[in-house]
Design a binder for this molecule. Structure first.
Ligand code: DHK
Length: 144
């Protein structure tokens, strides 16, 4: 069994309750179910969420030994965190950056992503379907 880490940044614990007009009404539990359904046989999903930058970095370090791929929605840390970018540079497998909203239709400070400098692909604006697309992509890249 190979594991795909699906990492989520700040405020995404409130997915479904927070600004539903932007982020929709689905919850992180729904994201877990969607990712599990999208994963090919032989792949496990481990979904995590934290409001703390250091915790996300620790999970990326853990992924070096335990994950075949990372799907990450760094949320607001996308636009601020050189530290998450540096951590992702230590990971050798596929990395996909996901944003639920279309960040390019929003405020200009959301248009820049540090994480995109490492990500193999970026998905924005597809709602939580973006996670499923990312999981399907990494399974394909990993040969299943
Ligand atoms: C989620 C957030 O919390 C924002 O800070 C990002 C991202 C966009 C999303 O669309 O999933 O700017």
């Amino acid at each position: 069994m190979q594991t795909i880490f699906v990492l989520n940044g700040p405020n995404l614990n409130l997915l479904g309750k927070r600004q539903p007009e932007i982020y929709g009404s689905a919850t992180l539990e729904d994201v877990t179910a969607l990712c599990e359904a999208a994963a090919s046989e032989g792949f496990d999903i481990r979904l995590e969420q934290s409001n703390h930058e250091g915790q996300i970095i620790d999970w990326i370090h853990e992924a070096r030994d335990k994950a075949a791929a990372i799907v990450i929605n760094p949320a607001a840390f996308t636009h601020t965190s050189v530290a998450i970018l540096d951590a992702l540079h230590t990971f050798e497998g596929p990395v996909v950056e996901v944003h639920i909203s279309n960040v390019h239709k929003r405020e200009s400070f959301r248009h820049h992503s540090y994480v995109s400098l490492r990500a193999d692909g970026v998905i924005a604006g597809l709602g939580i379907e973006g996670y499923a697309a990312a999981v399907r992509y990494v399974c394909g890249q990993l040969g299943k």
